[in-house]
Design a binder for this molecule. Sequence first.
Ligand SMILES: [Zn+2]
Length: 575
Amino acid sequence: MSLENDEIKKLVRKFALKNALDHGKAIEGAVVSRMIFVDPSFKANMKALSEVIREQVDEVNRLDRASLEKEFAQYAGEFKAAEEKKAETSSKHDFSVDGAEKGNFVTRFPPEPGGYMHIGHTKAVFIEDVLRKKYDGKLVLYFDDTNPDNERQEFVDSFHEDLDWLGITFDREYYASDHMQLIYEHAKRAIGLGKAYVCTCRRETIGKNRLEGTACEHKAQSAEKNAELWQMMLDGKLGDNEAILRLNSDIKAVNTTMRDPTLFRIKRAKHYRQQEKYIVWPTYDFSAPIIDSVEGVTDVLRSKEYEMRDELYFAVLDILGLRKPRITSFARLDISNNVTSKRKVRALIAENKIGGWDDPRLVTIRALRRRGITVEAIRELALSTGMGKAESSISIDVLLNMNRRIIDPVAKHLFFVSGPVKVVISDEGERDAKLRLHPVKDIGFRTYETWDEFYISREDADALEVGDTARLKDLMAIKIVSKDEKAVHAKIFQSQEGRIVQWVSGRDYVECTVLVPGTPLDDKENFREDSLKTVDGYAEDYVEKLEEHETVQFERFGYCTLDDKEAMRFVFVSK
Ligand SMILES: [Zn+2]
């Protein structure tokens, strides 16, 4: 050991005090990890160190809270400084908006309730949440719901649930469809100013003219004529798709978004919130700038693919003489070989290729949650790429690695054997097993009384030859005597050598299924038919004590989350 004994004792005591204050009780394992972190050379003399730790942990655990706090006071400053430094270095990106002012910052998260929330949405909302705190501002939830075909209350509810689970709170919320009268009034004003016209061209003609930069006859209509046609649209005198209201802009604009874009269309469909109240619906391009402006939004944060539409956003506000929010763009968060498009997910569900929006292969929030991905990992990934504009596609493994670091210190370790093979021991007798639930963290044990029958995995059984020794982990060593179709026969054997094998007792096991999700798409964006596999096996019956959605580590198999306790079905998280 590189430190003198007194110094070691002092260091151990400091960590034990901190641990006791943080968790109500000091734990030897936690102090051991801190000591090794401080100086890895302690590993070479663990026996002596353990004695010091045990002694100090015992003493500290006998102190009451007041004495703990009193003694710890001398170290409080030191720990606070270390934590601040850690927070600083962990956020390697600068989250800021040019020109934003403290106390005068309002931003919004604008989902369309036409599908479930997915990983792509999390980047914007976590950045908005960080900025709200930084600028002492407000974050509002704005449902962009003016497309009656796609939208449903089910999706509104799911956004609420998912955002809640992610720990995002909003200062208030509103719906675009509740602002319809206001949006109509602004449309009427734009028409009066000669800045919008009703076009009754066929859809194909409109597309062709836009491409070629050719104006149609309706662009030259008088404001009076447009007002009259607009009223006919509102009064239901025109059929669906018979007329649209367009911005009277520049049909030859270099930015094709500006070539007289659609502001309203006619759609007779029952809206989940407004029922049959409206048949003329605005596009996002027209409704969003108006609603942002009147709702006091100062800052719009959105991903870069909307950049071409920024000009249109500001043009609408210019025409109407409304206050302009600031727009800041960043690269979107995209997971490679996966699918988030509402249309594509709906198609995969309709074709029975995936089980639903929570299929564990997907990156919807429901799927990630079901799979056992933690909020902390999702947040870390969402913020990991910062506010830069460089596009990149991230592998799901990055998220899985972040998640592993978070669950590893807390997940219970259990045994699961896939494709189980029976092992029969010739020696009679009862052997008790007491197994730690975590190798370092002191979270208790599970115990089994075992007899002469066990199960091990098919993989281990195949690897063991007659004459080999193997160690049934934390129980005993055995020597393989013979193997036949039904079982491996063995006898007890004293040995420190041989393959370490996870096992379940021949009596206290539970049949389990593990769903193993892979990426749903290949590199050519085609669906991978074999992207979800199923592994059957036996787990020790401690799994019956798990809570649904709890993630455990099946040793040497991987992290798995209990998906359905009734069916004893798990979802594989990662290795
Ligand atoms: Zn026209």
